[in-house]
Design a protein around this ligand. Sequence first.
Ligand code: ADP
Ligand code: ADP
Length: 231
Amino acid sequence: MIDLKGIKKIYANGDIQVAALAGVDLHVGASEFVSIMGPSGSGKSSMMNILGCLDTPTEGEYFLDGTDVAKASGDQLSVIRNRKIGFVFQGFNLLPRTTAVENVELPMLYAGVPSKERRTRAIAALESVGLGGRVYHKPKELSGGQQQRVAIARALVTKPSIILADEPTGNLDSKSSEEVMAIFQRLHESGNTIVLVTHEPDIAEFTERIVHFRDGNIEGDEKVANPRKAR
Ligand code: ADP
Ligand code: ADP
């Protein structure tokens, strides 16, 4: 599913070069549920940007479903991104003036799905995250946890190869965080591949594997013996 080999990301700040990623090898199998942890500056964002095809590495190979996307052009990357990646952000990133269902339809609009089918699939995705009764609400009429569930519906509606979540519970209280993690656990159980970044050990304990970054390297990669069950 996901294979990274010798991934380096070097930034040039004037004369100074920063190795945000210093040669990372990582394999994530289909339907794994993985969290990425590590101190600020350890390379997590750089890793997520590469995983999400928002950026290409300076060096190394990134196989996503068998294709080396590390060498893709900007245009190719955006196609891969739209087809294969679902994003969930800390700040939800919903369009404020449009309804929940219209927000969820958006990636299908880019993918050229006919309008009737878009509506049907968007409603089904919202039902799958427990928001069947909030389809025509706008973001500000929803709680933070509900907004994040809309964002998850938007991420999964195109059936991506991988869902990437960057601090998805960072803006949520602990009850809403657990509800969001319950949804990720269900998505994982139904076969979705999910990688999320979190600073919170309690959140990482809901996943099945924790990869620790430090100074642009993976310093630990462990299975979670008994993942917490979110409810
Ligand atoms: P994290 O997400 O773990 O905080 P980052 O991937 O954002 O780590 O950053 C890793 C290192 O790379 C840091 O030293 C950071 O300052 C540097 N860095 C990240 N992005 C850039 C950039 N666009 N230009 C220059 N340096 C960067
Ligand atoms: P995080 O909250 O994940 O730690 P950061 O604050 O490290 O995020 O980075 C936020 C964004 O700024 C990222 O896209 C990263 O690539 C970029 N960035 C980080 N460090 C630098 C830097 N020194 N120069 C330019 N951009 C940077």
